[in-house]
Design a protein around this ligand. Structure first.
Ligand SMILES: [Zn+2]
Length: 444
């Protein structure tokens, strides 16, 4: 059915100037897109970045993560060390004098980093942040390092090891990747037990729950600003809400030995997870989740899909717990973005800014900016690749990719008539800095 608008009415509206009639968005950017892009990108360069997720540290510091890359894992094109962008990064940051990473050349860069590590003070990584115009950076590490300045680097500690107190032999045998990951979880749990002066596992589940709660509280006192879960690497992100007695029976059965079945272990973990969600709410400690495809050839896309978390994220009992979907769910970015409709759910775009080229990342950002732009945050996922290519170059790639992709996404929205340039800058400030600063209470 269609009803034509009489031409005389259209003409009247036109003659009246009716600006609203033409304040419409176009599916194509206008011709002044390049000029808009230039103006926005110059201003966006000047916004200091608050990095919601990174692993700063030197290559031989095993505390940069609570897990490690499995040997021989496949690597995506952009993250291979022959990516020429890494040369550009090393030149920009250190004046690297070569055009490739042949071993004899890469040594120049590795030596520079070894010297900084030997010096051991915090001016080195502060200097990297200054060069890239970063204000504050969340450091997702097993423990903090003395060479990171706590004023600039805030600690995000790990929560997964509490899921693995029993005999883990079946877990380790399940995939070659798990054989790498699970021993590191056992190591992390042993460190937490030592930290809390706990020897053997306590006799009843209630005491174990208490150990978990107290460790979280202690880590917060030690400077922890959030607790991070890499659970997507080890199990499904779907957490059921099991009856407490069932979990208590499983705990009693295996605390002194014996190998739990997969179902028993999962149910126990679901219980521990719920304890942690409640405690995080009480402590006002945001929970970070790895929500993207992961490294390793055995990462399960189905289990790691961010939608598995929906029952927890949309549970009104947990409205006081802040949840942050780290890596923004990639490749399920739309799903992740829609989950941030919940008031206490946020996301960051870490890892995407290293994995995706600016033209690809622009498309993701453009969508995020038009859904819940006040719930999304910058993240780098900077990580030391090897002795030569460090977290430093990784920060550089993430920052360059993000600033250019963000400028392009916003410039398109302006040039299509969707938002004004002022609004574009407001959204840029929220995403790059202000939303995170507010969430973690850093006023600047
Ligand atoms: Zn990470």
């Amino acid at each position: 059915m269609s009803r034509a608008v009489p031409a005389v009415i259209l003409l009247a509206l036109f003659l009246a100037g009716a600006p609203n009639l033409f304040a419409q968005t176009s599916p194509f950017p206008s011709q002044d897109f390049p000029a808009i892009y230039d103006r926005l990108s110059q201003k966006i360069e000047k916004i200091p970045i608050y990095d919601n997720h990174s692993h700063p540290g030197f290559a031989d510091d095993s505390d940069v993560d609570a897990m490690a890359a499995p040997p021989d894992e496949s690597s995506v094109l952009r993250l291979r060390d022959d990516n020429p962008e890494f040369v550009t990064a090393a030149k920009a940051l250190f004046g690297y004098p070569y055009d490739d990473f042949k071993p004899e050349h890469a040594k120049w860069l590795a030596d520079k980093k070894k010297a900084a590590e030997a010096k051991g003070d915090s001016t080195y990584f502060d200097g990297i942040l200054d060069k890239l115009n970063f204000d504050i950076c969340l450091a997702n590490r097993a423990f903090m390092a003395p060479y990171l300045d706590p004023k600039r680097f805030h600690w995000v500690f790990f929560g997964d090891s509490f899921f693995y107190p029993f005999d883990n032999r079946d877990q380790k045998a399940s995939t070659p990747d798990m054989a790498v990951y699970i021993p590191l979880q056992e190591k992390m749990l042993a460190r937490y037990k030592k930290q809390m002066n706990m020897g053997a596992l306590p006799p009843v589940l209630g005491d174990y729950d208490d150990f978990v709660r107290r460790t979280m509280e202690d880590n917060q006192k030690r400077g922890g600003v959030a607790v991070k879960f890499e659970a997507a690497y080890f199990r499904s992100l779907y957490f059921s809400d099991p009856p407490r007695e069932k979990a208590a029976a499983i705990y009693a059965k295996y605390k002194d030995g014996g190998v739990p079945t997969a179902d028993e272990y999962r149910l126990f973990q679901d219980h521990v997870f719920r304890v942690m969600v409640e405690q995080a709410g009480k402590l006002k400690l945001p929970m970070h989740f790895h929500t993207a495809v992961g490294i390793g050839d055995y990462f399960s896309l189905r289990q790691g899909n961010v939608l598995n978390l929906e029952n927890v994220l949309r549970d009104p009992r947990y409205k006081d717990t802040v949840f942050v979907l780290v890596h923004g769910g990639w490749p399920y970015t739309t799903e992740a973005a829609l989950l941030t409709a919940v008031k206490n759910v946020y996301l960051d775009t870490s890892f995407q800014s290293e994995l995706l080229y600016p033209s690809q990342f622009k498309v993701v950002l453009k969508q995020l900016l038009t859904l819940y732009p006040d719930k999304m945050m910058f993240g780098s996922d900077a990580f030391p690749f090897n002795d030569a290519l460090g977290a430093e170059e990784s920060f550089w790639i993430a920052a360059r990719t993000t600033r250019s992709a963000l400028s392009a996404a916003l410039a398109e929205l302006v040039a299509e008539g969707a938002i004004s340039e002022d609004k574009a800058m407001e959204l840029a400030r929220l995403y790059l800095h202000d939303t995170a600063a507010k969430l973690y209470g850093d006023k600047k």
